[in-house]
Design a protein around this ligand. Structure first.
Ligand code: FES
Length: 574
């Protein structure tokens, strides 16, 4: 017996399958469909438009173009809503909600009849959430991102969200620009709809998704407001109908090798540290574990080639004009596994060979002349991070990568906010700022608070960077000598909970170590003296979240949603 297709898929249970189809058709006919239309393959289109999400404001246009592509190939497009998350409109954090969106996407794809699904997202958490849901549902799926916004301009200088948001806010805090000027900058940071214009998490995840093979070639970089973005949408819709006929499901595309390709692209792009957490969660849904030490080795042999902010100077529209992701893939070819299948039904290597010819450009550097020779990121271990921590070396003040200094500890985000600008704060440029209780459970939701502000009195004295440590994340658009994702987090009993102001901490990036220079006996005594935290009586989603959320090294997914991890990535390099 063949599997049911179209309207006969995933029937509502009434105990009589024919009645279920009869009833379903009665209701959908209220929207004007003919029987002929209802016999066609159904392509679900995830609708993530929200009045709170500027990154997704072109979603209605894209749905129209996807639908056109679906119908040109003889399918029926059916948009349906799921949760939409924007970074700046998600309390307490967008990360707290990513798994909610993944659950929503998975169950709506599974519950409703669709022979394939177009995943339409863009803002940071939406792409990983949709991939996680689609992998678990394992229906033929193809990703279309909303595309990056264009760069802005202030007094002759190019600007973009959100590296320049942070840069100008730091200048404002340091008294270098005034109230009027910061307001002028505010109007130019996001001059159009679309995702952030630098190599932040959204751009990184778009590149990673194309490298993974879940998006049409060329799909990552086209700006949101370009006609080409709509043409891509039409092509995506058309391809979705073919995917449905071929039954090409995500489990054939997401493999240890394709995950490794995606990680290489993240590293070579100087991408966001958040992508490591998201790809760990995406891989986890496919039963693949990302090995952090393997990722570190991958970093050592993968140079940074893409010259985009925050590590470089350009914006996403420049990478698009430089040929898009394939310009980078061509350079990385000797390091990639080329026989990975993609949503086109062809391999990654075949797609690279079929792309337009290369030309002179200055956004993607050749492998022989990288921007940063080895690894944008490094994984640290040590007595402060037994299960790992990550540092984005490429975005750090290189002089601080080897540094020992006294800790200034902040117990929470509110403690940080209350004291960081206190003129009497006992800090110098050599101090190491430590933030705890900002991890997956502690905050909760692992906020992008790892970019601790430079204390005002030091900023005004010209200090631009300091070593900063936390169990939080950091926006991919930020920069500095910042150690993130310290695991286990302090709220889960990690050693970060034992640090006291004045303790010496050693950051040894070269040796991949992060150590608290306090002897074991003293640390054991401090652990015994820790107060017993009352268990929070949470309800609803918060209760589910606190019970289920995993640590950063496991992608912060919900434990019940991750199958047994039977394979691991990165796979052996070449
Ligand atoms: Fe949506 Fe940056 S806020 S991509």
């Amino acid at each position: 017996m063949t599997n049911p297709v179209g309207m006969r898929r995933t029937l509502t249970h009434y105990g009589d399958a024919d009645f279920s189809v009869f009833l379903r058709k009665a209701f959908i006919k209220a929207m004007g469909y003919t029987d002929d239309a209802l016999e066609r393959p159904i392509i679900g289109i995830v609708d993530t438009r929200s009045g709170y999400n500027a990154c997704h404001q072109n979603v209605p246009d894209l749905i129209e173009a996807v639908s056109r592509g679906v119908m040109l190939k003889g399918g029926i497009p059916v948009p349906f809503p799921v949760v939409s998350i924007h970074e700046s409109f998600a309390h307490p954090t967008s990360m707290y909600l990513r798994n909610l969106m993944a659950v929503d996407a998975e169950e709506m794809i599974r519950a409703q009849p669709m022979d394939a699904v177009v995943l339409l997202g863009g803002c940071d958490k939406t792409v990983p959430a949709l991939l996680m849901g689609a992998i678990s549902a394992n229906v033929p799926a193809i990703m279309l991102v909303t595309g990056p916004m264009l760069a802005g301009s202030w007094r002759g200088e190019r600007l973009g969200a959100c590296t320049d948001c942070r840069r100008f806010w730091s200048r404002y805090r340091a008294g270098e620009i005034n109230d009027t000027e910061i307001q002028e900058v505010n109007r130019e940071l996001a001059p159009t709809i679309g995702t952030c214009s630098v190599m932040g998490t959204a751009s990184t995840m778009a590149l990673a998704t194309e490298a993974l093979g879940m998006m049409l070639p060329g799909g990552a970089c086209v700006p949101a407001v370009y006609g080409e973005r709509r043409r891509l949408a039409e092509q995506t819709g058309a391809r979705a109908v073919e995917l449905a006929a071929e039954g090409l499901t995500p489990d054939r595309i997401i493999t240890p090798a394709s995950i490794t390709n995606a990680l290489r692209v993240v590293l070579a792009a100087g991408g966001s540290t958040n992508a490591l957490i998201h790809l760990t969660a995406v891989a986890g849904r496919a039963g693949i574990k990302i090995d952090l030490d393997g990722f570190d080795r991958l970093g050592a042999e993968t140079p940074v080639l893409v010259d985009l902010k925050p590590t470089g100077q350009h914006y996403m529209e420049d990478l698009y004009k430089a040929g898009g992701l394939v310009t980078l893939l061509r350079e990385l070819k000797p390091l990639l596994t080329l026989d990975c299948l993609t949503v086109t039904g062809r391999t990654l290597g075949a797609e690279i060979d079929a792309a337009n010819a290369s030309f002179d450009q200055d956004v993607v550097k050749p492998l022989t002349d990288p921007i940063y020779a080895s690894g944008a990121m490094a994984v640290l271990r040590g007595n402060l991070a037994p299960a790992g921590a990550v540092i984005k070396k490429a975005a750090a003040d290189q002089r601080l990568l080897q540094h020992t200094g006294p800790a200034m500890v902040f117990d929470s985000l509110s403690d940080l906010a209350a004291r960081i600008d206190d003129p009497d704060l006992d800090v110098t440029a050599d101090s190491i700022l430590v933030l705890r209780n900002a991890g997956p459970k502690g905050a909760p939701g692992m906020p992008e608070a790892g970019y601790l502000p430079i204390p005002k009195k030091l900023a005004r004295a010209g200090v631009k960077d300091m070593v900063r440590l936390s169990d939080a994340r950091m926006s991919g658009t930020a920069f500095g000598t910042i150690v993130l994702h310290i695991t286990p987090e302090s709220a889960a009993g990690g050693p970060l909970s034992l640090v006291r102001t004045g303790d010496m901490i050693r950051l040894d990036t070269e040796g991949r170590r992060l150590d608290l220079l306090v002897d074991d006996k003293e640390l054991a005594a401090r652990r015994r003296a820790l107060p017993v935290e009352a268990v929070e009586k949470a309800r609803g989603y918060r209760r589910l979240y606190l019970k289920e959320v995993l640590q950063a090294d496991e992608g912060c997914d919900f434990s019940s949603f991750v199958p047994d991890l039977t394979a691991s990535a990165p796979i052996a390099g070449k």
